[in-house]
Design a protein around this ligand. Structure first.
Ligand code: NDP
Length: 273
């Protein structure tokens, strides 16, 4: 029997998940169907329960439901618990196992696809929202020489630095305090680019030969990437690889087989121009 999976969110007009998982299923010979469920804003739990009752095996969760998925989970992985958010669920009877693959997808893209190891590097993470939270544990696991979180609301960055202190060396900083510091990898995990805005970083944060990584995807050269380009960053990337890599993690978790990601990343890549 064909196993059913879905992505749930609102709005979902832009979702690439059915395309990605459909392609993974064909490439690995898995008999599954993957759909998109745009649940009403007050109807997340009801939509999940209806999907489970109809035999659904698992779901990806996107905005704005990642926190509600955290609430209904019966088993949380450590990274989902620390991120305070869930982006993948697996159903088994009454059990709802929950994961957060966003951060590991980001790390896999940076290290495996882009060839920038995090170990021993100076890393700057801009933002302290859901995506930044999810990235912290996977980043720290790679033992960067330095991990600095900068956020517009500096208290949020400070709270994250305190919460994750036992997992590695990291510190919080206000944007103004970054003056005079440069980094090998600069990750924009703010949502500024979704509105065509630039987080208040200066060109000096981009070290010679650095990677500038924009989590938003499909937007071409965002103000952040344009700034990095002007500062001489050696490599610019957007979050399309992260999107495909987190999908691959979920697929493997559900099906026990790892899909190849390269062709799908190429298919979805929008030129950075
Ligand atoms: P949140 O809403 O949880 O967090 C937003 C963050 O951006 C906050 O830290 C906020 O700061 C900061 N911010 C917003 N506007 C500005 C601005 N103008 N200047 C400086 N900081 C700003 O968003 P998410 O963490 O869920 O998402 C962040 C980004 O990551 C989005 O672009 C999203 O599309 C992308 N993303 C990509 C994924 C992928 O697979 N590629 C997966 C998940 C997310 P403050 O705290 O001060 O408000």
């Amino acid at each position: 029997m064909t196993d059913r999976y879905a992505v749930i969110g609102n709005p979902l007009g832009h979702t690439k998940s059915p395309l990605i998982h459909g392609s993974f299923a064909r490439a690995t010979g898995q008999d599954l169907e993957y759909s998109a469920i745009e649940a009403p804003l007050d109807g997340f739990k009801a939509a999940v329960n209806a999907f489970r009752a109809a035999g659904g095996r698992g779901m990806n969760v996107t905005a704005p439901f990642k926190l509600q998925a955290f609430e209904i989970a019966t088993e949380l992985s450590e990274r989902a618990r620390l991120a305070g958010a869930v982006n993948a669920m697996k159903f088994d009877g009454e059990r709802i196992a929950a994961e957060n693959f966003d951060g590991v997808g980001l790390v896999n893209d940076i290290q495996r696809n882009l060839g920038f190891p995090l170990k021993g590097r100076r890393v700057l993470l801009l933002g302290a929202g859901g995506a930044a939270r999810g990235a912290l544990l996977p980043f720290l696991a790679q033992q960067p020489a330095e991990l600095v979180i900068a956020n517009r609301t500096s208290e949020k960055a400070q709270a994250l630095a305190t919460q994750f202190a036992s997992f590695g060396t990291l510190r919080a900083s206000g944007y103004a305090n970054l003056a005079g510091h440069s980094f090998d990898i600069v990750v924009n995990a703010t949502s500024a680019s979704l509105r065509g805005e630039l987080p208040p970083v200066r060109t000096e944060v981009f070290a010679r030969g650095c990677l500038a990584y924009e989590l938003a995807y499909g937007k071409g050269l965002t103000p952040f990437l344009r700034l990095a380009q002007g500062a001489g960053a050696a490599h610019l990337a957007d979050g399309v690889g992260m999107l495909v890599e987190q999908a691959a993690e979920a697929f493997e978790w559900w099906r026990g087989v790892r899909p190849d990601t390269r062709a799908m990343i190429e298919q979805l890549t929008v030129p950075l121009a």
